[in-house]
Design a protein around this ligand. Structure first.
Ligand code: SDX
Length: 431
């Protein structure tokens, strides 16, 4: 007999049979969209812990096993054999590119790497110490002013060009945030360089001297960007989808994703991890911070630990940790005290009953900041790096959502627990 989900309201005796849908992997879903009209109930799932918001073919996470797949390819294999531009193509188009497709795609992306000169004046409105994520939100959102009338989101070619522009311009905008913060002149993209080589060039080269991209840094960044490219319906991707469901300009949608990513509970955790490690300071202080993290009365949490979906080691964290050791050794600072502190903290937490019971493991943000720091990237730019990489996933998910024939505006309901109806007071003066 086919499995059925039947919901019965014992008060009214009414029942409804809910259709079940099975995916390639993961839990099957039952469609609740008819519950209100049949039983006059809404469903309730704050934080969307067990609610599927969409059907997607892009990324799959097995949280129990700690596995991650982009378009069916295991992240470990992509990390070992692929590169960020190829992964960007895979996430956008669903298949690995043929050699010529890869060359064409890389060329198109590099051709869109500059932005309108007028946009530079936008940076001047920010103090030099403005957080780069605040600048990113503003500058990326303002791109919608340059590409609004020419973007018909129902035209697949327009969607593709918008995606190319966003992927291409994020490194240039990100580097501009860094240059603005240190008062140095912006550096134009050099399209003879790789995607990550260009980003390093625009961040660290100076008009006064020749700059040579360090291949170690270039490859490390390329790998980190692969790991950060997409991750199912996380908070920032869901924000992009929700903004896109109103048919908003794609540049404005990505700006909303950047805003959501900024929070320390999400992409802002990589910056928060470094701040936490500096606060802990030394290995001897670890037990005190572990107990603070377990204390319900203390808001302190172990940043870079825990995940809504992974109840096992985040596969990305494992790759970043190994890369961290390699990069620091190659750059000659394998004795970075913060790396030793991070490893001691991870070891202590993984042995602690509370973390074991709560299935709290290091996530992608735990070690990534140590690599950024080794590459000379300042802490306040860590989440900007995450945003550059995740733009590929955001645009892929946005394209999938817009092309969905049954797409409708996202509009959650609520359980209203506010005041009952009441009349405006007649007396003019209220004591
Ligand atoms: C990212 O969704 C994604 O895919 C995100 C991401 C992506 O690629 O897009 O993977 C990127 O955002 C990674 C997560 C980065 N954030 C952090 O490292 C911040 C620290 N972690 C947490 O704040 C927390 O773990 C979250 C936000 C990541 C997950 O929060 P949940 O799923 O809502 O879990 P929860 O807050 O309900 O915690 C469940 C329990 C609680 O204890 P109880 O009240 O049940 O006793 O676990 C505890 C929490 O107190 N807990 C922690 C903890 N994380 C959860 N306790 C101490 N330290 C932590 N880090």
């Amino acid at each position: 007999m086919d499995n059925k989900i039947i919901v019965t309201d014992s008060a009214s005796g009414k029942s409804i049979e809910l259709p079940i849908q099975h995916g390639t992997y993961g839990p099957a879903v039952f469609d609740i969209s008819r519950i209100y009209q049949s039983l006059n109930y809404f469903t309730y799932d704050p934080g969307y812990q067990v609610t599927a918001s969409c059907r997607s073919t892009i990324t799959y996470i097995d949280g129990e096993k700690g596995e991650l797949y982009y378009r069916g390819y295991p992240i470990e294999q992509l990390a070992e054999h692929s590169n960020f531009m190829e992964v960007a193509y895979l996430l956008m188009y669903g298949e690995l590119p043929l050699t010529q497709q890869s060359a064409d795609f890389t060329k198109i992306i590099s051709r869109h790497s500059m932005f309108n000169e007028g946009l530079k004046r936008f940076y001047d409105g920010f103090y030099h110490d403005a957080h780069p994520m605040a600048i990113m939100i503003g500058v990326v959102g303002s791109l919608s002013a340059f590409y609004h009338d020419s973007t018909d989101i129902y035209n697949p070619q327009h969607r593709e060009i918008a995606a190319h522009r966003l992927i291409a311009k994020m490194p240039t905008i990100a580097a501009g945030c860094y240059k603005h913060s240190i008062g140095e002149p912006f550096v134009y993209p050099d399209n003879s360089l790789s995607y990550t080589g260009n980003l390093l060039h625009m961040m660290f080269s100076m008009p006064t001297e020749t700059y040579q991209v360090d291949p170690i840094a270039e490859q490390a960044l390329d790998l980190i960007f692969i790991l950060h490219a997409d991750h199912e319906q996380n908070a920032s991707t869901s924000t992009v989808r929700l903004a896109g469901s109103s048919q908003a300009n794609p540049f404005a949608c990505i700006a909303s994703g950047i805003a959501a990513l900024w929070g320390p509970a999400h992409g802002g955790a990589n910056e928060a991890v470094l701040r936490m490690l500096n606060e802990i300071g030394q290995v001897e202080h670890i037990p005190k911070f572990i107990s603070r993290a377990k204390d319900k009365n203390d808001p302190f949490r172990l940043m870079g630990f825990g995940h809504r979906v992974y109840k096992n080691y985040d596969p990305r964290a494992r790759i970043v940790r190994d890369t961290c050791h390699e990069v620091l050794a190659k750059l000659g600072n394998s004795n970075d005290p913060l790396l030793k502190l991070a490893m001691a903290l991870e070891e202590a937490a993984l042995l602690d009953d509370y973390f074991i019971e709560h299935k709290l493991y290091p996530n992608v943000d735990f070690y990534s900041g140590l690599i950024y720091k080794a590459l000379g990237i300042p802490e306040n730019m860590f989440t900007v790096m995450f945003a550059v990489a995740r733009t590929v996933g955001w645009v892929a998910q946005w394209m999938e959502m817009i092309a969905e024939p049954t797409r409708r505006i996202g509009r959650p309901r609520q359980l209203y627990v506010g005041p009952a109806r009441r009349d405006y007071p007649k007396e003019a003066v209220r004591e």
